[in-house]
Design a binder for this molecule. Structure first.
Ligand code: GLN
Length: 201
């Protein structure tokens, strides 16, 4: 049985748990989802999701409990990870804030992406848009963006799976997947299914 974890310190945790469960059942797989708060709980999972929320809060709490270091070590060792919004920020090697510039915040720092926090500013703080994501099929995917970051630059090893207004919004590097939007806030589980399939392949 496949066991996946969701980092459960703050943010859209239960939504990811539900999406992963629905994705397991659509794929016809026997899977379990566990909440991960402590480093020891990370040992038990074969893949991990880092939800949206507030990246500074998740990062600081995870640093205090040792989970941040454990995540870095395991992800560098090949543990598949899917980060959404704040989760994508935490995965980036380089982060700055659209308003205040460079910020001191704890990061996992494993993906070759440069991320700008709060990129869309006040007017477009939250919006929804249909995204073309050929990797998951022809039907557009409804992208829900909430105080979303933008991925400003990607390294050579990063595959861009979707763009919005010319900027990557879904990227993959080996077994690491990052979205600047919130697939867990829709009933469409295709991106979660894509993540689970990438674990099997
Ligand atoms: N703006 C948040 C941050 O910087 C991310 C927003 C989100 O996850 N919905 O952490």
């Amino acid at each position: 049985m496949l066991k996946l974890g969701v980092v459960a310190l703050q943010g859209a945790v239960s939504e990811h748990v539900e999406s992963l469960k629905a994705a397991f059942s659509r794929l016809g797989l026997d899977g379990a989802v566990e909440l991960v708060k402590k480093p020891a709980e990370l040992e038990r999972v074969q893949g991990i999701v880092i939800p949206g929320g507030e990246s500074t809060v998740i990062g600081r709490v995870a640093e205090r409990t040792g989970l941040l270091k454990a995540l870095k070590e395991r992800i560098e060792g090949g543990l598949p990870v899917f980060g959404t919004c704040a989760g994508a920020i935490l995965l980036a090697k380089e982060v700055y804030d659209a308003k205040v510039g460079r910020v001191q915040q704890p990061l996992i720092g494993v993906m070759d992406i440069k991320v700008v926090r709060n990129y869309y500013g006040r007017q477009k703080e939250s919006f929804e848009v249909d995204l073309e994501i050929p990797a998951i099929g022809d039907k557009p995917f409804r992208g829900v963006f909430i105080r979303a970051p933008a991925i400003e630059a990607v390294g050579d090893k990063v595959k861009v799976l979707a763009v919005y207004e010319g900027l990557p919004v879904l990227v993959q590097q080996n077994k690491m997947l990052a979205a600047t939007f919130h697939p867990e806030l829709t009933n469409d589980t295709r991106i979660h299914e894509f993540f689970i399939r990438s674990l099997l392949g």
